[in-house]
Every structure is written in structure tokens, then in C-alpha cells.
Design a protein around this ligand. Structure first.
Ligand SMILES: [Cu+2]
Length: 475
């Protein structure tokens, strides 16, 4: 990431885009030039060079939107538009987003700032932006039909308000919300405190990302927008592991991570190796007396959680959603559990008719990570990510916090894999392995070995459903 630190000077990655034909050039001339981002990389923090100073955040696989000061007003320009987002190498989605990416850029302001946001709509339908969690005049709240007319395709609207309270917020459309959020329209908003706040600590690293989810069939590019529950792409900032960057910190850094949830279900976010405090929610900083140490924080739908910890243990620490299906990539869910079923004979028979037939899961699903099975184009492997000891067998909402004592302050460059001191890695026992006495006392093995004679196998027949919707038939 280090070589991208120069992005403020416009080196390569960021380009100013000319307004689409749909927006009148005269109107565009008065607007701040929209800044676009075409890469899914984690950009260096945007250090403010105008306006009030603050300690900037790092958006995981994202960036902060530059602004211009106009007579004391901080002006931003968001462009709602179709985008192509790389979820992970080899897997791209055709999404809707802002300024070239989904999610949109993070907006960072300071408590008390007067903010003016130009929103240009380059979508094929109307939109609006709701500034989730903010105190603002009712007419700026962005609910189309209720607080304002929707922004028609091709038009630009202006939102203007004072960022009244410090905290972590989100933005998203409030017009055809189901479609537009399913397509990836959302972003983060940070209001930094103007002066030292008794409940907001200074930290060394401050990361932000959104939890989002998509339903994209293997081989397809566009999310299905009607899906309510059975999503198959569980992402952080529209990236899936191993496409999600690790969070790089220096040993003994105070670290803050702000997580917002704009999916349709809750996500228990779990950090290994450290305990954290939940220091803030959508409602603002958490009172100190209400904070308790946790290793998992549930982030419910529409919520934001801000966690803080001292990164005082070196290593590569897993950091992920604890719903195990959310750390997998695209998969079908209508798959029977076949663990323990020896179906070699059946496979032989089927492959004589269907040569590509594949059996999944007779020893669990871990084989899926190693198997080089043919996937449709544009499909992320279900479980993947190569670690120093083999496949990590994860996808979706998974990353790592990499804690290193020799990481330089402010350096976010990936240091590679942790080098474990000798004698500190779990190892294979090569001595004798007597049967546990407990099992013997119970009268023998509770789990019999493989290769049992067929006659001892008790087979549960899976009966076909009769006549479709007769769910009651299932046992
Ligand atoms: Cu989850």
C-alpha cells in the first residue's frame, strides 16, 4: 500500500471524470469536479490539507472522497452510477455505486463543518441519498417522496447541512432502496470530533468498512435484486476473501475499527488474539461504564459498531464474521450433508454417464479448497486463500489483523506472513496414542473407524418430495 500513498497528488489511480452528457455542461462547471476511483485497493489515509485538522481513517479496499473548500463550506461531489467492482481477483460484479466504486468513497468531516454534497445521478432510474444517523434539517434527510422529490436520472441535487455530532455514519439511497442497495449503493461517513472528546480516544490506526451482501449466480455478473435472505456473496466493502486486504498494525498500536451493516442479517464480527471494547454505536460514543471486553461484536442490520483494542500480540490474527456460511464464497445451499457416506461405487456408475460428475463433501467440505474443479467464468472459489501452512479454507467476510513490532508508524504495507518464533506453532504428535480411558469405560469406541462392512451401515433413505410443496413430508 505504501506505493499508493502519493494518491493525493493524483498519481495514477485517481482521475477526474468529465460529466456525462446527461448532465448539462453549464451545470457541471459550477460543481466540484467529481473525483473517481477505479481500483479496489485500500488507499492511504487522506490527510486533510484544508479545513479543520483530524486523524484520517483507512477505508478497507476503499478510499476517502477529496473535497474543496468554498467560502468556508466543505464541498463534495458524489456521482451515482453503474460500476464494475472486482470482488476478488477473477471475480467481478456489475454493480451500482458512487464515483467509480461500490461502496462509494468514505466522507470525512469534522464536527461543526458545514457540508455541501452535490449528488449527480447517472443511474437509469431516480435515486436519493439518506445520511444514516445524522442530525440534520428534515428536508436534507434524503427519503424520496417524504423529504424531497427523487433525483431524476441525469439530474444533480444538492444536500447541505452542518455535521452536528461526531461519530460514525453511513449513506445510502432512500429511493427504490431494495434495488439500489442490492446493487451496492452505500458508503461510510465519519464526523471527527472538533476538540478532544472525553469518550473518543486518539488512536494510531482507524479502519472502516461496510458489511454488504449480494446474490450473484456462479458465472453471472449482476446481483439478483429480489433476494431477501439467501445471499451467496458475503462481502466487506464489496470484496470477498482473499480479496479483502489485511488490517496492518504496529505492535502496541491503539486500533479502532468501525463496521457498518447494510445487509439483511446480523454479523457477529470476531477478532482473534485480543479483547476489544465497543466504544461507539450509531448513536454516538458509548459511555465508559457501559463498555465491556468482548471478542465478538454482533452488528445488526442498519447498525454501526466501533471497536477498539490494544494490538499487543504479534501475529496474523483472523478477523471474520462468525456465521460460518458468511466466510464462504458463492455456493448452492441445497446440498445434502454427505459426511461419512462412502459413495465411491455410485460415483463410478454416474460418471460412466456424466463424465464431469463430482461428489462433494464425503469427508467434510475442506476438499473443496484444494480441488481444482472447473468453475464457470467469473466465480470466486468457495473456500480459498493460501496461507503459509496451506489453504485457509475461507471466503467472504474474512480478513486478518497483522500485528508486527517492526511495522513503522503509519505504514500500511503488508509485511507478509508472520514468522512464528521456534516452538510456538501447533505440531504433530508422533508418540503413542492410547485410546482415551473414558471411551473404554463406556464400552468401546463411540466413533467407529472407516471402512466398516456395508451390512452395518444404516442408510436413511431420502424420499423424493411428493407433489411439490408438501413440506410436511420431510422428516
Ligand atoms: Cu456474517
Amino acid at each position: 500500500m505504501n506505493n499508493r500513498r502519493s494518491f493525493l497528488t493524483g498519481a495514477g489511480a485517481i482521475t477526474a471524470a468529465v460529466g456525462a452528457a446527461a448532465v448539462s455542461r453549464v451545470a457541471m462547471a459550477a460543481l466540484p469536479e467529481p473525483v473517481m476511483q477505479t481500483k479496489p485497493d485500500t488507499m492511504a489515509p487522506l490527510v486533510p490539507n484544508t479545513g479543520r485538522p483530524y486523524n484520517p481513517v483507512v477505508t478497507l479496499n476503499g478510499w476517502t472522497l477529496p473535497w474543496r473548500m468554498n467560502q468556508g463550506v466543505k464541498e463534495f461531489h458524489l456521482v451515482a452510477e453503474p460500476v464494475v467492482r472486482e470482488f476478488a481477483p477473477g471475480f467481478k460484479g456489475h454493480l451500482w455505486g458512487y464515483n467509480g466504486q461500490s461502496p462509494g468513497p468514505t466522507i470525512e468531516v469534522v464536527e461543526g463543518d458545514r457540508v455541501r454534497i452535490f449528488v449527480t445521478n447517472k443511474l437509469p432510474e431516480h435515486t436519493s441519498i439518506h445520511w444514516h444517523g445524522q442530525r440534520l434539517p428534515n428536508g436534507m434527510d434524503g427519503v424520496a417522496g417524504l423529504n424531497q422529490p427523487a433525483i431524476p436520472a441525469g439530474k444533480t441535487f444538492v444536500y447541505e447541512f452542518v455535521a452536528r455530532r461526531p461519530g460514525t455514519f453511513m449513506y445510502h439511497p432512500h429511493a427504490d432502496e431494495m434495488t439500489q442497495m442490492a446493487m451496492g449503493m452505500m458508503g461510510f461517513w465519519i464526523t471527527h470530533p472538533k476538540v478532544k472528546h472525553p469518550l473518543i480516544d486518539e488512536v494510531d490506526r482507524d479502519f472502516v468498512f461496510l458489511l454488504n451482501a449480494y446474490d450473484i449466480d456462479p458465472g453471472a455478473y449482476t446481483p439478483k435484486i429480489m433476494t431477501m435472505l439467501d445471499f451467496n456473496i458475503w462481502s466487506w466493502n464489496s470484496r470477498v476473501f482473499p480479496g479483502i486486504d489485511p488490517l496492518i498494525v504496529r505492535k502496541n498500536d491503539k486500533v479502532r475499527i468501525r463496521i457498518g451493516n447494510l445487509t439483511m442479517t446480523n454479523h457477529p464480527i470476531h477478532l482473534h488474539g485480543h479483547e476489544f471494547l465497543v466504544t461507539g454505536t450509531d448513536g454516538g460514543p458509548t459511555p465508559k461504564t457501559a463498555r465491556q471486553y468482548e471478542v465478538t461484536a454482533d452488528v445488526a442490520v442498519g447498525q454501526m459498531r466501533q471497536i477498539e483494542f490494544l494490538a499487543d500480540e504479534e501475529g496474523d490474527w483472523a478477523f471474520h464474521c462468525h456465521k460460518s456460511h458468511h466466510t464462504m464464497n458463492a455456493m448452492g445451499h441445497d446440498v445434502p450433508t454427505l459426511i461419512g457416506v462412502d459413495h465411491r461405487d455410485i460415483v463410478k456408475k454416474i460418471t460412466s454417464v456424466i463424465p464431469d460428475y463430482m461428489v462433494m463433501g464425503e469427508r467434510g467440505m475442506a476438499d473443496m479448497a484444494e480441488m481444482d474443479m472447473p468453475l464457470p467464468d467469473n466465480t470466486a472459489k468457495m473456500m480459498t486463500g493460501e496461507g503459509p501452512f496451506g489453504s485457509v479454507e475461507m471466503g467472504g467476510m474474512f480478513s486478518m489483523v497483522k500485528v508486527r513490532k517492526d511495522q513503522k508508524p503509519g505504514d500500511y504495507k503488508d509485511p507478509g506472513w508472520y514468522k512464528h518464533p521456534a516452538g510456538t506453532v501447533a505440531y504433530e504428535w508422533t508418540g503413542t496414542t492410547p485410546n482415551p480411558a473414558r471411551f473404554a469405560a463406556e464400552g468401546g469406541q463411540t466413533m467407529k473407524a472407516q471402512n466398516m462392512p456395508a451390512k452395518e451401515v444404516e442408510v436413511q433413505i431420502r424420499k423424493p418430495k411428493i407433489g411439490g410443496g408438501m413440506n410436511g413430508m420431510k422428516h
